[in-house]
Design a protein around this ligand. Structure first.
Ligand SMILES: Nc1ncnc2c1ncn2[C@@H]1O[C@H](COP(=O)(O)OP(=O)(O)OP(=O)(O)O)[C@@H](O)[C@H]1O
Length: 585
């Protein structure tokens, strides 16, 4: 139960609702059990009347029967109303805790480091915030409710049963623990099998998702038949697992009926014997049937509750494992001050912890406010890693990064990130309208403002050609747009933040050189002092740049202006000659 201790603060917060729920459980149980003895009494009166042993007058008899009948009808109605409030308190509390838990997990996810999230599986992150939280909620709601219910009901019923007849009580209750045990065992098997079926289901979903994402490749490589047979195999696995689950579930009712039947036989046999021996009256036998009827569900629930508690514990352990991960990068400054955009790397090295790849090795350079710096180099040279470090999404293993002569760690991280306009290598758009995608980083934008920045990114005229213009839904990850359109929307999204430092991570590759030039001059003409970092493989992007840095295997190989590097006759000069010749051809 140790993992579930994490829930204590949540339970404390909602203690009033839970306490009220407990009161409703006690009262509703009382009103369920209290009328039972009146059934027995009524039957005794009728039996006595039939045998003409009754000393009561006819109208008195009727009066008593009516009174008992009234109690028998009215008490369950009151109990029903109380049960409604019992659910309204305990289940509502569990739903509130689920809401708070989900929000807290989500908030925690946002705090976790970029590298931690990168190495975690998306499915795993989703499962912990969805399925695992649902498991915990089932324990908090039905789990707690039925446990308290069983305890209270057992106390009240036992009290009434014992004062009626202790021997019959023992016999009637004897098979019920077996019922709990079987239900517990069966629920555990069902849980295991359900998990397998769910895993198969998500396996199929991922496969189908992959198929449709890669439909172009599948068709080009004429792999339709192969992919269909793969789907059928997966589907077959799912079918077998589902059938196995269904057969376990099918055991539920017969098992319950069998054990209840045994209890009923005990009551009938032992009760009959005791009646014949004059130890009890006929009404007591009826009462015991009714008591047993009341106890069946709580004993069934006991097995089920034990199983969901175990499941919740496992889920909570998985959630705790994430909640206990400390945020690696913290913001220790809340000052507001201007950022000018001077960047300095001093002997910076970085190794990705998950792969052990040394992406940067003792890198030093300086970029001045308002300058445009180009980073070039072969794939995997460490260019994108530099952008991650500037945004402090990762921290150097050694060396220091300075922004405006102040170590990056001492900056107000929120303020700094707000002043950085980053355009990623692979344009990522949210499944929303173009308007909302551009407006992502700002509050309450007007259409005029959105249009202004779309124009700067040279995408306005294309958007105006769409039927719904800025209200066009871009589809999942922007699938309804061309690569160049996505890139330019992504650029507008960075521009609208009016940042001081721009970082284009190979994000102008899908636009032609002419448009690239226009976009860059739009940025520079917007505000005089903007620091621009462009990661590119195209020498055409180096036009109007102040500095070019060539990286190789995480280290700086060449650094200087276009003319400097041409004179060096190194990587840049060769690339330049190659690309210029290709252009002429
Ligand atoms: N999230 C990551 N986890 C582990 N290793 C990584 C990660 N991202 C990058 N790397 C590794 O770090 C090295 C530098 O990667 P980086 O993305 O900085 O290169 P790049 O120069 O931007 O390459 P490209 O031009 O292909 O984008 C590469 O060897 C890469 O495999």
């Amino acid at each position: 139960m140790s993992a579930l201790k994490t829930l204590n603060p949540y339970l404390k917060k909602h203690k009033k609702l839970l306490f009220l729920g407990g009161i409703f459980i006690i009262l509703s149980n009382f009103f369920t059990i209290y009328p039972v003895k009146f059934v027995g009494k009524a039957i005794n009166i009728i039996a006595e009347t039939l045998q003409q042993h009754s000393s009561l007058q006819k109208h008195e008899l009727l009066k008593q029967l009516l009174l008992y009948g009234g109690i028998i009808v009215l008490a369950p109605v009151i109990s029903g109303v109380l049960k409604f409030y019992m659910r309204q308190t305990i289940i509502v509390a569990s739903r509130r805790i689920e809401f708070e838990l989900k929000n807290n997990i989500y908030k925690h996810y946002q705090k976790l480091s970029f590298t931690f999230l990168k190495k975690s599986k998306v499915g795993d992150l989703i499962n912990r915030i969805s399925e695992d939280v649902v498991n915990v909620r089932q324990y908090l709601g039905p789990g707690i409710m039925y446990s308290i219910n069983l305890a209270i009901m057992l106390i009240i019923v036992l009290f009434y049963m014992l004062i009626s007849d202790p021997v019959m009580t023992a016999y009637a209750l004897l098979p019920l623990p077996f019922l709990s045990y079987f239900i517990y065992k069966q629920s555990s098997i069902i849980n295991k099998k359900t998990k397998i079926v769910q895993a198969e289901q998500s396996n199929i979903s991922s496969f189908v998702q992959d198929t449709f994402s890669g439909i172009r490749v599948i068709k080009s490589f004429t792999q339709e038949e192969y992919i269909t047979s793969k789907y059928i195999n997966k589907s077959n696995d799912y079918r077998q697992k589902s059938i196995s689950l269904a057969s376990t579930e099918a055991l539920f009712s017969p098992l319950m009926m069998l054990i209840i039947g045994i209890s009923n036989i005990f009551i009938l046999y032992v009760g009959g014997q005791r009646y014949i021996n004059g130890k009890i009256d006929v009404g007591t036998i009826t009462d015991f049937f009714l008591y047993l009827n009341i106890l069946i569900w709580p004993f069934t629930a006991l097995g089920w509750v034990t199983s969901i508690t175990r499941r919740a514990e496992a889920s909570m352990e998985r959630i705790n494992a994430f909640l206990e991960v400390q945020e690696e990068i913290t913001n220790n400054c809340s000052d507001i001050y201007p950022i000018h955009g001077n960047i300095r790397f001093e002997n910076v090295s970085y190794t990705y912890p998950n792969t052990g790849i040394k992406a940067l090795d003792n890198v030093s350079f300086e970029i001045f406010s308002g300058e445009t710096t180009i980073f070039m180099g072969k794939t995997g040279a460490g260019k994108s890693t530099i952008t991650l470090l500037i945004e402090r999404l990762i921290e150097p293993d050694s060396g220091t990064i300075y922004i405006d002569n102040k170590p990056l760690k001492q900056h107000n991280l929120e303020l700094l990130r707000n002043k950085i306009g980053y355009v990623p290598q692979e344009s990522f758009l949210f499944s929303d309208t173009i308007f909302n995608n551009i407006a992502y980083g700002i509050e309450n934008p007007s259409l005029n403002l959105i249009e202004k920045y779309a124009k700067q990114a040279e995408i306005h005229s294309s958007i105006m050609e769409f039927k719904n213009q800025y209200q066009t839904e871009v589809g999942e990850r922007g699938v309804t747009l061309s690569g160049g359109q996505k890139q330019r929307i992504s650029i507008s999204r960075a521009l609208i933040k009016d940042p001081v430092i721009f970082m284009f991570d190979d994000s102008l590759s899908a636009v032609d050189t002419e448009t690239e030039e226009k976009i860059l001059s739009n940025i520079q003409s917007n505000i005089e002092l903007k620091t621009t970092i462009i990661i590119t493989h195209r020498v055409s992007s180096t036009k109007n740049s102040d500095k070019i840095i060539i990286l190789e295997n995480g280290a700086i190989k060449e650094e200087g202006s276009h003319d400097d590097l041409i004179n060096k006759n190194g990587y840049y000069s060769e690339l330049y000659k190659k690309q210029i010749t290709q252009k002429r051809l």
